[in-house]
Design a protein around this ligand. Structure first.
Ligand SMILES: [Mn+2]
Length: 266
């Protein structure tokens, strides 16, 4: 047993290029290793452009889409009021390579599977197998890459539908899949997606974290939920968002050994 090649997973970077570079040095990443990033490369932190440029050049890296990366796509391709564009994105939009950079972001996957594990920004919907989820992610990705991508992006925002139905179609199906993979934290008492809360579960009474409803899944690595402080680790579940941009840390894990690495944002 054992893999010759190390596979690392890294949580939410949010423009923290310095911590990203320090983390890569800390894990001693080499071109024979592999690495999966769990999304949210941009927004909030000091250097969104630098993070995207760094990741585009990195060998053997899989970069999954997060909700802030979708905000970036929306602001570039759809938003008509330029005054409302997130100012963190302006250095990207004025860079000479902007169209290549944005094309790269648009083609990133929503989910990834490797070595029997499932990687996603926010979570896996209870009731979906990892294989089903992977197919739904590929379906939504193909719309983001397709000819009508601006039409889909323009209608991606919203909290409904909040219950899965395999008969969902078109933009409703697209929105639900995107919401699960990039925004989900809680389900309410009726099992519906509930986006009204981002605090840690200890402070929340009437909702259940999505991962407590998972019954039959592979090991899941996820980011997005900074208030978990990267502290949820079980045999089957690893929260990797250490809240770097909020003064926490950027976290990585070697998935074979389970060894964790972090760089504090002091
Ligand atoms: Mn996020």
């Amino acid at each position: 047993m054992g893999f010759e090649v190390s596979l690392y997973v890294v949580g939410d970077v949010h423009g923290c290029l310095d911590q990203l570079q320090m983390l890569m040095e800390k894990i001693n990443y080499s071109s024979s290793d592999q690495i999966v990033f769990l999304g949210d490369y941009v927004g909030r932190g000091p250097n969104s452009l630098g993070v995207l440029q760094y990741l585009r050049k990195l060998e053997n890296a899989v970069c999954i889409l997060g909700n802030h990366d979708l905000h970036l796509l929306y602001d570039y391709y759809v938003r008509s009021e330029k005054s409302r564009v997130n100012s963190d994105f302006l250095p990207i939009f004025s860079h000479p390579d902007v169209s290549e950079i944005m094309q790269w972001v648009r083609c990133l996957p929503l989910t990834h599977m490797a070595r029997g594990a499932f990687f996603v920004h926010a979570g896996l919907y209870p009731g979906w197998t990892a294989i089903e989820a992977q197919h739904l992610g590929e379906e939504a990705s193909s719309l983001l890459k397709g000819l009508k991508f601006e039409q889909y992006l323009s209608q991606m925002y919203g909290n409904l539908p909040n219950r899965w139905d395999s008969q969902l179609a078109g933009v409703e199906r697209f929105r639900f899949v995107l919401n699960v993979f990039t925004r989900m934290r809680y389900l309410n008492g009726d099992g519906l997606l509930d986006f009204s809360e981002s605090q840690a579960p200890i402070n929340v009474k009437d909702k259940v974290p999505w991962y407590e409803k998972i019954t039959n899944a592979p090991v899941i690595y996820f980011g997005h939920w900074a208030s978990l402080e990267g502290q949820v680790h079980t045999d089957l579940l690893h929260s990797m968002d250490g809240g770097c941009v909020w003064g926490g840390s950027l976290m990585a894990m070697d998935i074979e050994s389970g060894k964790r690495f972090e760089v504090k944002n002091a």
